[in-house]
Design a protein around this ligand. Structure first.
Ligand code: SAM
Length: 223
């Protein structure tokens, strides 16, 4: 890993993610999490102070040691215990059906194989558990998508692997989730990076790991 990825990307990520545009989204969705919670791609821990008193324990997973170091400094004493897991989402070091809720905020854009990661999340989530997500992704407007597709090969190199053009709704289905609530819109900022998907999903009924092709066609999907 080069110096840029190791030191500069975490510092730029922390700076970008502190944006005031993102703050209301965090405050709207993160406090919904309850019980034993896994946050995937916790980054510098900006969500940690926002969790409600309903959280019993937080597993804070991220593959970046530098970002986890920043996250540790955000953990207040005397709230809920936080266990840091320096791992990628494709290999979550937790038992099957062991967490009540999972939170991701602006993380599915960056994970190299988001469908494999979602399947891992589904494995560790209790059957009645929820995936609470706030993500940016593929726009519904063809003109914007053209730019998202054009810019992504460059953008992902400079922005720590971030893809501008991922269809979050389809990824969720391919990963074996169905949306209970899905709220989509542009927020302030350039349209290529400001189409947000936020909501709550649960494990799709049926087999634990549905055929990705069927999921892609909308089978096992309720929105
Ligand atoms: C744009 S940042 C968002 C950070 C944080 N969720 C937030 O809201 O501030 C994307 C995060 O995804 C993490 N990430 C990258 N690859 C990952 C992987 N394979 N598994 C889990 N997280 C990953 C990055 O280290 C980074 O913390």
């Amino acid at each position: 890993m080069g110096l840029y990825s190791r030191y500069l990307v975490p510092a730029l990520t922390e700076f970008a993610m502190r944006s005031q545009t993102l703050r209301p989204e965090r405050e709207r969705w993160v406090p919904l999490a309850r019980g034993v919670v896994l946050e995937v791609g916790v980054g510098s821990g900006l969500n940690v102070p926002i969790y409600s008193g309903e959280v019993r324990k937080l597993y804070a997973l991220d593959p970046s040691e530098q970002l986890l170091r920043m996250a540790r400094s955000r953990v207040a004493r005397g709230t809920f215990p936080v266990e840091f897991l320096c791992r990628p989402a494709a290999a979550i070091p937790l038992a099957d059906v062991s967490v009540d809720d999972i939170v991701t905020t602006w993380t599915l854009c960056t994970i190299p194989d988001p469908v494999a990661a979602l399947r891992e999340m589904r494995r560790v989530l209790r059957p009645e558990g929820r995936l609470i997500f706030v993500e940016h992704g593929r726009s519904p407007d063809p003109a914007v998508v053209r730019w998202q597709d054009r810019l992504t090969p460059f953008w992902r190199r400079v922005a720590g692997g971030c893809h501008l053009n991922r269809p979050i709704d389809r990824l969720l289905r391919s990963g074996g989730f169905e949306a209970l609530e899905m709220n989509r819109s542009y927020v302030a900022g350039p349209r290529v990076g400001s189409y947000f998907y936020r909501g709550i999903a649960r494990s799709a009924p049926g087999g634990r790991f549905p055929d990705p092709e069927k999921a892609e066609k909308g089978i096992a999907h309720v929105e």
